[in-house]
Ligand binder design. Structure first.
Ligand code: AMP
Length: 214
């Protein structure tokens, strides 16, 4: 059975960092729809042109387009042993589509990172990412340090400013939070306290996914 993991949680909960660690540990790709879209915007591809303005506002890209993006990505050979999805699904229709796309692959393991809203705003407004590869900076990294993976400079994501952060969190509460009920009834669903130190969160997630494999 594959390692088929969905990371749920609001923007700023640590999904990206933790999804990357989990994916590396289990030898499967992290699939971040936000990264796939940002790459498309940076490349100026037709997809990028379609989504640029929506992302800048902090709104959600349409379901049909997102489902196509994920369908494509899941058929790449590196996803044969499984995946850690980060940022998808965000709506009930996306979750229903994921059930269809992964039918026959075994149950999804769904983990939700729980972090209070005040802490999310603080994290998002101070977050720095690599301008070249998108890796999150360690919050303790000095302003003049460079990305450990590719040497790129740290930048602020254009949607990590106070107004757009508030809008993204509102979109999360209204549209994405109902997914918890969807998954509670259908899949292995677990919550992890995302305010704990990153190593502890990583260990908790690895244990959950390891248990599901047994
Ligand atoms: P993220 O990096 O996951 O915070 O995503 C950044 C932005 O990409 C979001 O604010 C949305 O505009 C868009 N996006 C990413 N994933 C999705 C998705 N599953 N459904 C709709 N929009 C998405």
């Amino acid at each position: 059975m594959g390692v088929n993991v969905v990371m749920l949680g609001p923007p700023g909960a640590g999904k990206g960092t933790q999804a990357e660690r989990l994916a590396t540990r289990f030898g499967v790709p992290r699939i971040s729809t936000g990264d796939l879209l940002r790459e498309a915007v940076a490349a100026g591809s037709p997809l990028g042109e379609l989504v640029r303005a929506v992302m800048a506002r902090g709104d959600l890209v349409g379901d049909a387009l997102m489902i196509e993006v994920v369908r494509d990505r899941l058929t790449r050979p590196d996803a044969a042993p499984g995946f850690v999805l980060d940022g998808f699904p965000r709506t009930i229709p996306q979750a229903e589509a994921l059930e269809r796309l992964t039918a026959g692959l075994g149950a999804l393991t769904v983990v939700e990172l729980i972090v209070p809203e005040q802490e999310l705003v603080r994290r998002l407004c101070s977050r720095r990412v690599c301008g070249s590869c998108g890796t999150n900076a360690d919050p303790s990294a000095g302003a003049d340090s460079r990305c450990g993976r590719c040497g790129g400079a740290w930048v602020q994501r254009t949607d990590d400013n106070a107004q757009v952060v508030r809008d993204r969190l509102a979109v999360f509460s209204r549209i994405t939070r109902p997914l918890v009920d969807f998954y509670r009834s259908r899949a292995a669903y677990r919550q992890v306290d995302g305010t704990r130190p990153p190593d502890e969160v990583a260990a908790a997630l690895a244990e959950i996914v390891g248990e599901e494999q047994r």
